[in-house]
Design a protein around this ligand. Structure first.
Ligand SMILES: Nc1ncnc2c1ncn2[C@@H]1O[C@H](COP(=O)(O)OP(=O)(O)O)[C@@H](O)[C@H]1O
Ligand SMILES: [Mg+2]
Length: 238
């Protein structure tokens, strides 16, 4: 499946009666990279969970390519090409690393697992270890690798660098960029490491209390110190 456009129109969503996201609209072109930034608790994870069909949607539409997936169950969205790496790791604790990866293959051949090992050599070293024996960072890698093996056309990455060593972070960001540049995937990234996110992205949205408070290019955000300070709380990017 090649990369697909993702469009969100006037989306409002939350948990039960609690409204979190209000009137969110944006579009990411096929093969492009969007960074979703904002302080803690501003709704980044809720946005991804809503795209994946795991919250209550009150209004608005979500389009995966030409297909309106707004009301589709999570599993249908996943089969339709939406890959979601949640902020909470999602490994099967009683399966080993290789078995966890096999779950992600869908109908691809087992040889494809080598792609995951090339991207995450650490997982190859630990391929006979159970999910429950992995460190937080390794669980993060495994969740990410398993999702990518399914060849999603749109990939949602919620803080994929959390708990990983800086050198691995750099390698991973390069690998993610490669996936987008090859035209295989459209990627949406939530990341606390703001400079890494800006280096990666074509476009940025910044959430504040469930609304889009800023949108534009990484260069424009870097140049807008007032917005950076107010919305991200960091005193200058380098
Ligand atoms: N399961 C839930 N039920 C009710 N409120 C939630 C739930 N998960 C998150 N929230 C609330 O939604 C808001 C946005 O949280 P979240 O999307 O996790 O933000 P972020 O990812 O930007 O840190 C917060 O006020 C949080 O307390
Ligand atoms: Mg979050």
């Amino acid at each position: 499946m090649p990369a697909t456009t993702l469009s969100v129109e006037n989306l409002s969503a939350g948990y039960g009666p609690t409204r979190i996201l209000e009137s969110i609209s944006f579009s990411v072109a096929a093969g492009h990279r969007l960074a979703v930034l904002g302080r803690n608790g501003m709704g980044k994870t809720t946005l991804f969970a809503t795209l994946a069909g795991q919250t209550r949607r009150y209004e608005g539409r979500i389009l995966l390519g030409e297909t309106d997936i707004s009301s589709a169950p999570s599993a249908t969205r996943a089969r339709g090409g939406l890959g979601y790496v949640p902020q909470t790791r999602d490994v099967f604790p009683s399966l080993d690393v290789e078995e966890n990866l096999i779950v992600g293959l869908k109908n691809r051949s087992k040889d494809a697992i080598e792609e995951a090992y090339a991207m995450f050599p650490r997982l190859k070293e630990r391929r006979k270890n159970l999910g429950s024996q992995l460190s937080g960072g390794e669980q993060q890698m495994l969740t990410t690798a398993r999702t990518i093996l399914g060849r999603p056309s749109v990939l949602l990455l919620d803080e994929p660098l959390e708990g990983l060593a800086p050198v691995i972070c750099e390698e991973l960001m390069v690998a993610f960029s490669g996936l987008a540049a090859s035209g295989e995937m459209t990627i949406l990234l939530v990341e606390q490491r703001i400079q890494s996110a800006l280096d990666f992205a074509d476009e940025v949205i910044v959430l504040e209390r469930g609304r889009i408070a800023w949108s534009g290019t990484p260069a424009a955000l870097s140049a807008d110190q007032e917005a950076v300070e107010r919305l991200l709380g960091v005193g200058g990017l380098h």
